[in-house]
Design a binder for this molecule. Sequence first.
Ligand code: BGC
Length: 815
Amino acid sequence: MKKLDETKIKSLRYSDIIEKMTIEEKASLMSGKDFWQTQDIERFGINNIFLADGPHGIRKQMAAADHLGLNESTPATCFPTAATVANSWNVELGEKIGEYLGEEAVAQKVNVLLGPGINMKRDPLCGRNFEYFSEDPYHTGKMAASYIKGIQSHGISACVKHFAVNNQEERRMSIDTIVDERTLREIYLTAFEIAVKEGQTKTVMSSYNMLNGEYTNENIHLMREILRDEWDFDGVVVTDWGGSNDRVAGLVAGNELEMPTTAGETNQEIIDAIKNGKIEEHFLDEAVDRLLHLIFTTEEVFNKPYKQSFDVMEHHQVAQEVAEESMVLLKNVDQILPLKSGVKVATIGQFAEEARYQGAGSSIVNPTILENTLEVLADSRIENIGYEPGFERYGKKNSKKIEKACALAKNADVVLLYIGLDEATEAEGLDRSDMKIPENQIELLHAIHKVNPNIVAVLSCGAAVEMPWIDKVKGLLHGYLNGQAGAKAVLKILTGEVNPSGKLAESYPIRYEDTPAFYQFPGKEVSVEYREAMYIGYRYYDTANVEVRFPFGYGLSYTTFDYSDIQVNKEGVTFNLTNTGSVAGMEIAQLYVGCQSGEIFRPAKELKGFKKVFLNPGETKAVAIPFDDKTFRYYNVKSDNWEIEEADYSILIGASSADIRLREQIYIEGTNAPAPYEKSKLPSYYSGKANKINVEEFEALLGRKVPPAKWDRSRPLGYNDTIAQCQYAKGAIARFAYKSITFAHWFLKKIGKRSTANLIMMSVYHMPFRGIARMTGGIINMPMLDGILMMVNGQFFKGIGHFLRERKKFVKIAK
Ligand code: BGC
């Protein structure tokens, strides 16, 4: 029998209720009542609570429910997405967004807001990067903690997701992430640690994928040893929707809530496991206790009179302010920006007519208001002489549109060109296939450049793109995905009413081939190997000396800043910052730390603090950035602990990761931990040239063999195999189903229905068989699924018989 470690058993807060509950009642709480709500039990006054997406606006569905953003939700403010707000580097702003999100959640009677999403941007192509903050864990953690504080200030709960190592969308429900312990801790868990310890999040969502061979939701090391024991997390772990694999193993690892409903099927598995003596009942009691705490504390706000509406205009205005602080000016030659008064502007680009302002999937918000550039142009100071779309949104070539755009551009002093990625390209459940913007937009840019080189591009997309065309623009404002009020915010920056102050929270490589995970992304079959280890983003480019288009932390302003007088002591660093230009502005000063000893390999430098400072022209302010528990630490795989290496450390203050303005050095005493590595076995890790590491060296880092990465095509398909694997199935019917799905996908793409094609990839192609039972609310249960698998594996008649018998049983019980 599996027992709870007695030394770690905490006394139950709600023992008076739990003692009176039957096992059945307790187990009934362990999965949803429906798609979005938890189960209630009237006789104990336990009400159900509502969980809703999402990270940049509430997506509360009242009627048809889905986790893919298909059906409309109640209107809510669509704030800029996390990738956008990350560029503000402003934790106070993050908290403010959180407060506004929280207010809307309360108005819609949502108890748990499913965000923020805080996975690391391991690779620029991850389809959900637009929903995540950064490639840096410290930056992400701080922004996340601020959102959480804001959301939870209303008494409800935030829910950080997806815990953990969910860094690709391809096969996200079954991929096995192979990563070494140090990288896991330093890169992929640090943001969660900050969200738990500093943000005090009440809920964590486990991810769909596996970590080193076990589903994260069942991974004792991750869920108990790290999350509960080390970080002291006392809140609730909810599965990602349909992400539960083995319910009992999940419970043992500390998973309180499985979502959505399984119509009681998995609750029964818990009951059986306890009754059969497989697990101790205390696992269930512990989970019930924590879930009750979440229910009781997050419903308090609704037990008193609460505001059931919010000021739509005020929230819209806040969304605009956030956008203003989050966009990044990437290029500004000949001082083309801000636009001088009286310049004649031609507005070109389909995105000016139909804004590109958020991503696709579960985070999709039904905005209360949606502004497009063309609608708000008249209210700006811009003298617009006309508009031409110039290109088709979804990539189709159209030379007529280019001709018309060029004819307009000829008559303008400056061309404002709205370009970027469409919403079908950046979507949950699917990774991008390259880092390019569509060819039809690039053709347009080249054609306009021939007739008028004074081009200012406004880029809309939620992730890094290649910019081989950058010489053709004089100004480049990266608007990212700036929410429902983004259009006005862009115009305010272009005209100089707002001085841009965003800086990139991710690196922009020159070519995709330059990226550290290029050879290891995405994992296509069983697993994905994080061979580059900690060298993601600037950690790699900096250490391996790989040139980038724009470095992490980069962004321009209409003014200039001077850094001086650095002083370092054990507590932190102080320096002076002066606005040396003629307009007021905000500067983001960044603290990087580099260890000068070569004993333990590390990135050349790592972000350990930052401050955003407002300065009037000529003004100087003293800035202090304190050190904290993360400034010098590294994870030692020998002592299995965070340690500090005795060494001299460079203390670097930068305007970006590549623009270090001040440097000092400090000697730090170490913790005398044993040397964790044999240097000679890890040459690439010591050199930082980590983009093409062979399997032997990766295994030396891992300390074990890597598991087979390819499917074993000879064995029958099981619960965790995906529909995509039907191509190798024994059953002709399965191979036919596979062919039909791939044909439908190809055909839909061909006729331009890319969003629907994506949906097939997201919800069918990469779905493990078990997902059929987990996502159908009990219509198909596991015994019926066994029948389906028999058919897939070549036993058609036996399978169909089994399926029908089980269906009959199910209908009888349901009656
Ligand atoms: C997503 C989560 C989301 C959930 C509910 C899942 O597919 O991965 O981020 O919160 O659906 O919509």
